[in-house]
Design a protein around this ligand. Structure first.
Ligand code: ATP
Ligand code: MG
Length: 557
């Protein structure tokens, strides 16, 4: 299947449910939501969920809410909220301009809790957390009912209000749903709904001394917003009966929860906790380090929003856990950049080349194609002169298989891309035996585009003109982890790739790059795609290698 015909894919199981709900008239308009907890930066797994939720809303003419699940004030910060909004906007999705917050519904959730207390379906428990967990039982052994389970409604209302007013210490009491201490589903054994926390909330300040548990907030927030299809990852499958219990007993809008398998990517970690560790331990240079699987990291590296969206569509929706080959993401990035990125000539490991029969002070402009995949990208001119740099890897004194070697070596001929054919007439070495200078002759009648020389060569090399080339810093990235599934390791530190970053201080690029701005991406011919990093200064550009040209996924598929 090509990478662009997502519309022709058969419907996935979520689309089937949605289409049936629209056909049957159960819903006139679908509403989905993306509900991040603002306790970290978004990563590629979140992107998958964002693309799923927003593209379903787009496809079926519905709406997708962005809702911050901010029920845990100790771990949540405004900077994460800002970063999440920035990332979603970068992906190009419309959340209606106004994000929602679970904390906006704290009053309603409190009313819901009161309603359950009044119905005899919730109670204040005075047991400690240890006692509660010790009496929960096991999946095969029923739990023990709390001695406080049958308190009167009046007493429960009174205690709950005093919990809210901050009269008790943290951990002294919790509000629990009165469901079934013998349920085979442990989550139905009188789960906690509210706990006491004397924490200041970024949005509600000191108003609350109790905060709803995630399990009492999430489903209810969906209902309040009229979310028709609440898509979440598989670990919430056994929470569904609990969410449905709340919906039934509160008589509120029945959002339908549908679970799908989370995205796991090979050679990648997508646990917010571990990503935070990478940042805090200085293993990477911040959340937006180009090696990070965060949206901000991938953006800085030069991955495009279009590629991430295409990848998310291509991998589809699964009902079982699986591991997706990171090469598929890389493939999508290459496919997109191949169309969008202009080509430039760049040299990572410069080796001087002198054309001895070329006039000393002459600089001639040669024409270069900006993008062979896109005629509209036009052409440009690059300076050519007597002293050039080629890449060290493009010269060999004694190639191991001379018949298959088409680059430069003693007496060998190559074309300098967009320029002339040259023949190597000699070379010089330093005291350590490294080649430091290559001498050539050129054939004046072999100029690219007007070649009358009749000479045939098989090799074409990149080059830059020594006097005009721009010196730049290049950061080469390799995978952050050397093992395919670093999440399985007891300690992910043992799986880190020590060579994930290589810095080249003095790469050379054709002079045109001076015009590039941070975020711009070009292809250095034969070397890969490179994106200008915000660390660039007016004196020196810094490039991130976004990705190499070789595509292991394309070959496989
Ligand atoms: P945690 O809840 O442990 O802090 P999380 O990754 O679930 O971490 P959330 O902020 O709760 O973080 O995630 C927001 C949404 O993104 C959730 O609906 C979640 O299901 C979804 N999501 C998170 N990780 C993935 C993933 N790897 N693949 C698909 N969806 C994901
Ligand atoms: Mg979560």
């Amino acid at each position: 299947m090509s990478t662009t015909d997502t519309d022709k894919k058969p419907l996935n199981f979520i689309e089937q449910i949605i289409e049936e709900d629209l056909r049957s008239g159960k819903h006139k308009q679908i509403v989905t939501r993306f509900p991040p907890e603002p306790n970290g930066y978004l990563h590629i797994g979140h992107a998958k969920s964002i693309v799923l939720n927003f593209s379903l809303a787009e496809k079926y003419g519905g709406r997708c809410n962005l809702r911050f699940d901010d029920t845990n004030p100790e771990k949540e910060e405004q900077k994460y909220i800002d970063a999440i909004i920035r990332d979603i906007e970068w992906l190009g999705y419309d959340y209606g301009g106004k994000p929602f917050y679970a904390s906006d519904y704290f009053d309603i959730l409190y009313e819901y809790a009161i309603k359950l207390i009044k119905a005899g379906k919730a109670y204040v428990d005075d047991q400690t957390a240890e006692e509660i967990s010790a009496t929960r039982g096991t999946p095969s052994v029923p739990g023990k009912e709390s001695p406080w389970r049958n308190r009167s409604v009046e007493e429960n209302l009174d205690l709950f209000e005093r919990m809210k007013n901050g009269e008790f210490k943290e951990g002294e009491r919790v509000l629990r749903a009165k469901i079934d201490m013998a349920s085979p589903n442990m989550l139905l054994r009188d789960p906690a709904m509210y706990r006491i926390k004397h924490a200041r909330h970024p949005r509600t300040g000191d108003k609350w001394h109790i905060y709803p548990m995630y399990d009492f907030a999430h489903g209810q927030c969906d209902s309040i917003e009229g979310v028709t299809h609440s898509l979440c990852t598989l670990e919430f499958e056994n929470h569904r009966p609990l969410y449905n219990w709340f919906i039934e007993n509160l008589g509120i809008f029945p959002s339908r929860q549908i679970e799908f398998a989370r995205l796991n990517l090979s050679y990648t970690i997508t646990s917010k906790r571990k990503l935070l560790q990478l940042v805090e331990e200085g293993i990477v240079n911040g959340w937006d380090d180009p090696r990070m699987p965060t949206l901000s990291g991938m953006r800085r590296r030069g991955f495009t929003a279009a590629a991430i969206k295409q990848f998310s569509h291509d991998v589809g929706i699964a009902k079982r856990e699986n591991l997706i080959d990171v090469a598929r993401l890389e493939h999508a990035v290459r496919a997109d950049l191949n169309r969008k990125a202009n080509r430039v000539l760049g040299i990572l490991q410069p080796l001087k080349l002198v054309i001895e029969n070329y006039p000393e002070d002459k600089v001639e402009m040669v024409q270069a194609v900006n993008n062979p995949e896109n005629e509209a990208a036009g052409k440009r001119e690059i300076p050519f002169s007597r002293e050039l740099y080629i890449d060290r890897n493009d010269f060999m004194e004694n190639p191991p298989s001379p018949r298959k070697y088409f680059r430069l070596g003693p007496e060998r001929m190559v074309r300098l891309k967009y320029g002339y054919i040259v023949k190597c007439t000699g070379y010089e070495k330093d005291a350590d035996g490294n080649v430091v200078l290559v001498k050539c002759e050129y054939y004046p009648e072999s100029k690219s585009g007007q070649d009358t020389s009749g000479i045939k060569v098989k090799g074409t090399l990149s080059w830059v003109s020594a006097a005009q080339a721009e010196k730049v810093e290049v950061r080469l990235y390799d995978r952050l982890f050397k093992s395919e599934n670093p999440a399985l390791a007891d300690d992910f530190h043992t799986e880190l790739n020590p060579d994930s970053l290589t810095v080249i201080e003095d790469a050379l690029v054709e002079p045109l790059v001076k015009e590039l701005q941070p975020g711009d991406t070009v292809q250095f011919e034969r070397l890969g795609y490179f994106t200008v990093d915000p660390d660039s200064t007016p004196d020196k550009l810094v490039f991130n290698r976004t990705i190499t040209l070789r595509d292991s996924w394309a070959k496989k598929s």
